[in-house]
Design a binder for this molecule. Structure first.
Ligand SMILES: [Cu+2]
Length: 322
């Protein structure tokens, strides 16, 4: 069974290693952070400095694509509906004060739209629009943070969001420099359909979305995220969005959040931070010493066998890339 095999995979090995790690503690922040971090599906961010130094008018093109199947890992394939053919959609990076134009081409067979939580705008601008049409939304953004964006499809919006049509949008503060950190984007989402004998999930079951009854939850649209390599002393800044279902109990095993930004002001010294469905938070934590530090949803530990853990691991940990 795939699940059985996965139990012996790197994540669980890493959890065991975390329990017996005995390295000396490192608490100082790295003076110069390493490069930004990435997962299998979500690439590294450009970051605050580069984004805020860019033009104050930023335009993004997104295509709504109803796929024949995207790979999730663990032998699973899901006929997802998506932005740009992927789950989650591309990370949108803008700076406070930018005027942002989103051009959404509906390449699907039914109506789709786009709602970004970063805009303050008449909700009717979010669509949906008919197949073959382009939805254009423009607004200046003035509230920094990490925001969810997702399909807006009228009364069937819930099914569309839970079919994969969602992503993260970062609005960097313009005048408050963020601390040097290793940055990463993590979107928690889920699949609401049953796999056949070949692991193919043909689509979303509306009865299951209505019950918030997921087959499994995922980080960044994958069941097979590999450990992310960090160094002792690194400050990690995670731009986290929870698509749902339910509230995510965001937690890193083996450390305490140093700061959490979910609006202003930030809070300090948090063991587990609640992020409701449809919201986001910027989670900052230090890698306290050599070892393994898995990011989890503490209320969905039942999905650990489905890979719902994103391990941050230092170099040299067995099973970890060097
Ligand atoms: Cu849609």
């Amino acid at each position: 069974m795939r699940r059985g095999l996965f139990l012996t995979s790197a994540i669980f090995f890493s959890l065991a290693m975390a329990a017996c790690a005995g390295q000396s503690s490192v608490t100082a922040a790295a003076a110069t952070p390493g490069p930004p971090l990435a997962t299998r599906n979500v690439s590294a961010v450009a970051g605050q400095q580069k984004t805020c130094a860019g033009p104050r008018q930023k335009t993004f093109d997104l295509d709504v694509v109803e796929t024949a199947g995207v790979e999730l890992g663990m032998g699973m394939t899901f006929a997802a509906w998506t932005y740009n053919g992927r789950i989650p959609g591309p990370t949108i990076e803008v700076c406070q004060g930018d005027t942002v134009t989103l051009r959404v081409r509906n390449k699907g067979t039914t109506s789709h739209g786009l709602d970004t939580h970063a805009f303050k705008i008449d909700a009717r601008h979010y669509g949906p629009v008919a197949p073959g049409s382009t939805l254009t939304i423009e607004k200046a953004v003035d509230t920094p943070g990490v925001f969810m964006y997702h399909c807006a499809a009228g009364p069937v919006t819930d099914v569309h969001i839970k079919s994969g049509v969602h992503g993260a949008m970062i609005v960097y503060p313009r005048d408050e420099p963020l601390r040097p950190a290793r940055e990463i984007v993590v979107v928690e989402d889920a699949v609401f359909g049953s796999p056949d004998a070949k692991g193919f999930i043909a689509g979303t079951d509306p009865a299951r979305t209505a019950r918030n009854d997921q087959q499994f939850s995922m980080f960044n649209g994958r069941l097979d995220n590999e450990p992310v390599t960090v160094k002792p002393g690194d400050l990690v800044r995670m731009y986290f969005v929870n698509v749902g279902p339910w509230t995510s109990a965001a937690h890193v095993i083996g450390t305490v959040f140093d700061r959490v930004y979910a609006g202003a002001p930030y809070v300090q010294g948090v063991q587990t931070f609640p992020v409701p469905a449809g919201s986001g938070a910027i989670l900052e934590f230090y890698i306290p010493e050599a070892g393994v530090f898995p990011f989890v949803d503490h209320d969905k530990l039942a999905y650990l066998p489905w890979g719902l853990a994103l391990a941050f691991a230092t170099e040299g940990v067995p099973g970890q890339a060097h």
